[in-house]
Ligand binder design. Structure first.
Ligand code: SF4
Length: 328
């Protein structure tokens, strides 16, 4: 059984990342099979509950108010609309429902109270509830936990060294502080990044190093390929190749064997064969539904067809807890 380690060095990670690709996939697939059911894939839905008008300047994001994109600014959705969307996602086979708001940080106001109600309602449906709401204090994290929040998404996006090139309105340390606050409230952390933003391989290794040396590995690690959006500073970035995604996913799987490694943004530009390679390399989670916040994603029907062709089974909700309670 591969050991769970939090003391990886950048040199070790670089050696893994640069292995011949077939050796890399084989090693990742072997570890994947030790810790997970290899034909099982978690299906998550991500809903934008508050779209656009964000004061931050993330260079990849069409929701930043300062970029001229065709995103329409919308206020926070009402609780009933969100619960209806969650019910539809559940009926379509999702077991995790993630709600995203284009906020810099959570504020203690009526909108946050509404989000707490949404979390409560979605948790009562038996779905794993996740939120991505920007920076969070420990007190706010505790309130979300008490409402039934299962996971908090807060991506590192890239390496500490490259971070300033992508975002200037907050620091890497701000990111790490929010992750620590979620941890303190005993909320699972979902944290990963995006490739294809002009970073070097060392930056990719640097980001994986930060994630894999956190005191506790994230429960989920989303690996995104940039989907360039017209009007953002990264609109002309070239497409990320499938081999770059495979290397990131396989390395993440080897470094963090227990994590759910999520093949996230960028699937819309991948064939079923390319996605199958990513699953073989250790990805075991996807976002379903034709939108990922505001960017396009494969629709339910294409994913259903892919699950049939590859004989994949959806992972049940709260599987970690069920497995632990049965001592399996
Ligand atoms: S990624 Fe999030 S924080 Fe950054 S601009 Fe977009 S909505 Fe705002």
């Amino acid at each position: 059984m591969a050991m769970i380690r939090n003391d990886w060095t950048k040199e070790e990670i670089s050696e893994i990342y640069h292995k011949p690709v077939l050796d890399l996939i084989y090693q990742a697939a072997t570890i994947h099979r030790q810790y997970h059911e290899p034909n099982e894939v978690q299906v998550c839905t991500l809903l934008s509950i508050k779209t656009g008008g964000c004061p931050e300047d993330c260079a990849y994001c069409p929701q930043a108010a300062r970029y001229h994109t065709d995103i329409k600014v919308e206020k926070l959705l009402d609780v009933q609309t969100v619960l209806q969307k969650a019910q539809e996602a559940k009926e379509a086979g999702s077991t995790r429902f993630c709600m995203g708001a284009a906020w810099r940080e959570v504020r203690n106001n009526r909108d946050f109270d509404k989000v707490l109600e949404m979390v409560k309602g979605v948790a009562q449906m038996g779905l794993e509830v996740c939120c991505t709401l920007g920076m969070l204090t420990e007190e706010q994290a505790i309130k979300l936990k008490e409402a039934g929040l299962y996971a908090y998404n807060h991506n590192l996006d890239t390496s500490e060294e490259f971070y300033d090139e992508i975002i200037s309105t907050r620091t890497y340390q701000d990111r790490l502080n929010t992750i620590a606050n979620a941890n303190k409230a005993k909320i699972s952390v979902c944290s990963g990044g995006i490739i294809g933003m002009g970073e070097t391989i060392e930056d990719r290794i640097g980001m994986l190093h930060t994630l894999a040396t956190l005191p506790e590995h994230p429960e989920s690690v989303p690996v995104n390929a940039l989907v360039p959006v017209a009007g953002t500073p990264l609109e002309n970035q070239p497409k990320v190749s499938v081999w770059e995604m495979v290397r990131m996913i396989a390395t993440a799987r080897i470094l963090m064997p227990k994590a759910m490694v999520r093949l996230s943004a960028g699937r819309v530009r991948m064939s079923v064969e390319e996605q199958a390679l990513c699953f073989l390399a250790g990805a075991n989670s996807i976002f379903a539904g034709d939108k990922l916040l505001t960017t396009p994603n494969p629709d339910y029907i294409s994913d259903q067809e892919m699950f049939q062709v590859l004989n994949l089974k959806p992972r049940q909700a709260y599987k970690n807890e069920l497995t632990e309670s049965l001592n399996v």
